[in-house]
Ligand binder design. Structure first.
Ligand SMILES: Cc1ncc(COP(=O)(O)O)c(C=O)c1O
Length: 536
């Protein structure tokens, strides 16, 4: 039986007296006050993830987010990390209470099974599509590697090509190579705390997974900030030569909605090469900024789709899913391959479809990832409410919001909408993320073309989440504003991002003025923080 203290060593005090919830015991020892004041469900929502979800002594994670809903916060950080939405928290609380009242009837494994069915229903997935649940979009990367091992054994070297490298997850490249990417594993393994086992240090090969994998990254952007032409890059890599070798195969990742919103197309001739060498095309749609129809089109062509409900759909960090085309599921069921035990720190049997009993037996474990199950419950509540709205109406509203944000940004001389991704080489971008550069002054106080770098923007990112009324006498300065963390564009500049989440989109449809009022406050604060940068 696992305790919260074991699962998350930091959370050493929770609730008095010890209380059993299904297979998890919540126990009370000494916690920093900021964390001990949280409700059980809020604590539970932070559990079963990697180090990015850990709370510090002030009750915040590394993105300065708390696992609480606060109607006064302005949340436009859905491209990075969310505090729960009202709807999501209500749904997670109801599921948690049901689990406490009836731990036999309402188990985490039952919740996972429901979550998988609901995802399939909401996304209209073809029958027998595999739905795997993953602790995040980053560890979702381990599954395509497993699929290749199931298809080819250890006989072939897997060339795992990750496009748009700087604009996917910061740990994606390591995970795509079968390496650990965090010092904390989501599921504690017996005989030790979750965080300090040998395989949970970063950048270590996961036994049974990393062997015979060669990871290749293709940058997102050229030095001038323009988007890299993927087809030209793939030609340069001479992929087909590698494909013709009998002992090599390929996984190619393309992205549908990168950190700044880039949408890549996978060229037809590349898809043909992949088929020829029995490789795999993986679509990284982890931002969740993708229409159902597009997901279905990709699955239909044999693409594996990575998805999360913890970006656009606002669940707390993090909750992922891997959607697997039915034909590949048949091949997996026929293969003798089972996941290596090094993956037990990430997946329990309940996270794997019932149609793979061998996988489930290999991943059998005494502990379940309750936090992940509840995060998915929160995300599904948002997905249901949002996908109910007509697609055209959602797209129109998003375009309208974007136009208003770009206009509001243009009123502040220190802020500029970063539009490099748009319009060049016919690239598309997700409409629900607006990227902004922040500009510095010269020694005479004149605003220059010099944009802040990623490390400078990190200070602004943090200041945005805090009450800064001590340095600026303006109502906007006190507002806690959550935005996307800085992204590097090139050596000399980075961007901050304003991202619409599903709840704000629905509110925008009902009452655009109230959403834009918040956005204008947020943009005002961003401009003030850029101006007061020396005081941050
Ligand atoms: C495009 C994309 N892919 C993958 C990831 C990784 O997902 P997660 O943060 O759930 O690990 C991110 C995270 O920002 C992302 O933006």
């Amino acid at each position: 039986m696992a305790t919260i203290a074991e699962i998350r060593p930091f959370v050493s005090k929770t609730f008095e007296p010890e209380e059993e919830i299904g297979e998890v015991t919540i126990c009370h020892k000494l916690l920093p006050p900021a964390v001990s004041q949280l409700n059980e469900v809020n604590v539970m929502l932070t559990m079963g993830g990697d180090d990015r979800s850990l709370l510090d002594e002030t009750g915040h994670n590394k993105y300065h987010c708390r696992p609480v809903y606060d109607a006064n916060d302005i949340c436009r950080g859905s491209c990075t990390c969310n505090s729960p939405s009202r709807l999501g928290l209500e749904a997670a609380t109801a599921a948690f209470e049901a689990m406490k009242k009836d731990p036999c009837g309402h188990t985490a494994s039952g919740l996972f099974s429901d979550v998988r069915s609901q995802i399939a229903e909401l996304l209209h997935l073809p029958k027998s599509t595999g739905v795997f649940l993953t602790p995040s979009g980053t560890d979702a990367e381990y599954l395509p590697l497993c699929f290749m091992k199931a298809l080819h054994g250890e006989g072939k070297t897997v060339n795992n090509i990750v496009a748009c490298l700087e604009e996917v997850g910061s740990g994606t490249f390591e995970a795509a190579g079968g390496f650990s990417f965090s010092s904390t594993q989501p599921i504690p393994q017996s005989g030790g705390s979750s965080s300090k086992s040998a395989t949970s240090a970063t950048s270590l090969p996961l036994p049974g997974l990393a062997l015979n994998v060669r990871t290749v990254g293709i940058p997102a952007r050229n030095k001038d900030g323009s988007v890299v032409d993927l087809e030209a890059e793939l030609d340069r890599l001479k992929m087909n030569a590698a494909m013709n070798a009998n002992d090599e195969t390929l996984i190619l990742h393309t992205v549908y909605g990168s950190k700044t919103g880039i949408i890549q197309d996978c060229p037809k001739k590349v898809l043909d090469h992949i088929k020829q060498c029995q490789g795999l095309h993986v679509l990284d749609a982890c931002q969740g900024r993708i229409e159902v129809e597009a997901i279905l089109k990709y699955l239909e062509q044999g693409t594996v789709v990575l998805f999360t409900c913890s970006k656009f759909y606002r669940s707390p960090p993090f909750a992922g899913a891997v959607l697997v085309p039915p034909a590949l599921m048949v091949q997996l069921a026929q293969s003798n391959f089972v996941p290596p035990s090094s993956l037990k720190g990430f997946f329990t049997q309940s996270q794997v479809p019932e149609s793979l009993p061998r996988w489930r037996a290999a991943l059998a474990s005494t502990s379940e990832n309750h936090g992940l199950a509840l995060r998915w419950v929160a995300g599904l509540a948002e997905m249901k409410a949002t996908l109910k709205v007509d697609e055209f109406e959602r797209q129109e509203a998003t375009a309208c919001w974007r136009k208003a944000i770009i206009e509001a940004v243009s009123k502040h001389p220190r802020l500029r909408h970063f539009s490099e991704a748009e319009g060049c080489h016919g690239f598309q971008v997700s409409q629900s993320i607006v990227s902004v550069t922040l500009h510095k002054s010269d020694k005479n106080g004149t605003i220059t073309n010099n944009a802040m770098t990623k490390s400078e923007l990190s200070k602004v990112f943090q200041a945005m989440t805090e009450d800064m009324s001590t340095i600026c006498d303006h109502p906007a300065a006190a507002k806690r504003c959550f935005i996307g963390q800085p992204v590097t564009i090139n050596a000399s500049q980075g961007v901050l991002r304003i991202a619409l989440g599903s709840d704000s989109l629905r509110r925008f449809i009902e009452d655009p003025a109230s959403v834009l009022k918040d956005d204008c406050l947020l943009i005002e604060k961003m401009s003030m923080m850029a101006e007061e940068f020396h005081s941050l």
